[in-house]
Design a protein around this ligand. Structure first.
Ligand code: PMV
Length: 337
């Protein structure tokens, strides 16, 4: 049975141009393309073993057995893999994050990227990067972007075939740092799958989507030219646009906490004073402060002085999802891979 096991790691990513809303919810084909940066140091490690000992799929997450919706979502991806491989065995999935659980870091991107890679390898399939990105997308849209390394663009596409992510620049292309200011640890009230379904109800969503290719061009060009000011302008606008859609959906989604708003005011002030920093927020209250590596120490010091900031995680541009030779228990204890 040992041939039917594999372990992979993947990094979460922070979206610079956001994915919010699906054209096809089942296939997770988004209404607009998106751009992100993988986050080094933060990893999900997942081991998949197909074997007969269990009657159904089993999932162990951060050393706790998991059932219900989370297991169903994992089984859905395993079904896709079993179908591709012509395999009929249940799987044992053991997974751990090295970043604080419930710290509000989008963990589904890293989780489904690592699962797609480990499961296909364990099933004896050797997929290309594009094929893996497409498969990871089925678990969580943003997981498509955690398959390639560095700075990544996900082309919305129009079908399962052409909705894939690819690197636009390697991880060492630009020395950026993501300082994740944790203002509230804990699970978000409304998960993103539910949120995507509400996006179309906002009268602002159409305007956001219509202008998306312009923002994608600006962001891609800012990355390729390492132009921090251009990046700052477009990612703050894009984050605000997504949150405007969230707040005007029916029912409305308010992810910000008072400390999130305080930071969204302070960060541009620091930038005007000469510090290379800007902000972006995903579907939660924590603020990702993107900065030039040279500004990171000062920015971190400033962030820690803002009331409501509980801790600041630091991540540099990360590599692609990859196979590893064995399951590293240290990751379960929060140690970096
Ligand atoms: O991949 P999902 O379904 O968890 O959606 C991610 C949505 C955002 O994080 C808010 C934006 C993005 O592009 O990552």
């Amino acid at each position: 049975m040992s041939n039917y096991t594999a372990t992979a790691i993947a990094h979460p990513n922070i979206a610079f141009i956001k994915y919010w809303g699906n054209r096809d919810a089942r296939l997770r084909i988004p209404v607009n393309g998106s751009i992100s940066m993988n986050l080094a140091g933060l990893v999900t490690q997942t081991r998949v073993t197909f074997r007969t000992e269990h009657e159904t799929d089993v999932l162990n997450l951060n050393r706790v057995a998991v059932y219900g919706k989370a297991l169903e979502r994992v089984s859905l991806m395993l079904d896709l893999v079993r179908e591709m491989a012509g395999l009929h065995l249940p799987a044992e999935v053991v997974s751990a994050n090295n970043f604080p659980t419930g710290a509000g870091i989008a963990s589904s991107a890293a989780a489904f990227a690592a699962l797609a890679l480990a499961a296909t390898q364990a099933a004896g399939l050797h997929l290309s990067e594009a094929e893996l990105s497409r498969l990871a997308r089925r678990g969580s849209g943003s997981a498509a972007r955690s398959i390639p390394g560095g700075f990544v663009e996900w082309k919305a596409g129009e079908s399962d075939q052409d909705s894939v992510a690819f690197s636009i620049a390697a991880l060492d292309h630009w020395d950026l740092v993501d300082l994740v200011a944790i203002v509230q640890a804990g699970q978000k009230a409304v998960g993103s799958s539910e949120g995507h379904a509400l996006a179309g109800a906002s009268p602002l969503q159409m305007a956001r989507v219509q202008d998306a290719s312009r923002r994608l061009d600006l962001c891609r060009s800012a990355i390729l030219h390492c132009d921090f000011d251009a990046l700052a302008q477009v990612i703050e606008l894009d984050s605000n646009l997504m949150h405007a859609v969230m707040m005007t959906s029916t029912p409305p989604l308010f992810y910000w906490e008072p400390a999130s708003v305080a930071l969204m005011k302070r960060v541009p002030e620091w930038r005007r004073a000469g510090l290379a920093v800007c902000y972006t927020l995903d579907a939660g209250p924590n603020v990702h402060v993107i900065c030039a590596a040279s500004a990171a120490a000062e920015a971190r010091g400033q962030l820690l002085q803002v009331a409501g900031v509980e801790q600041v995680l630091i991540a540099r541009p990360g590599g692609p999802a990859r196979l590893v030779s064995g399951y590293d228990r240290a990751i379960e204890h929060g140690i970096s891979a």
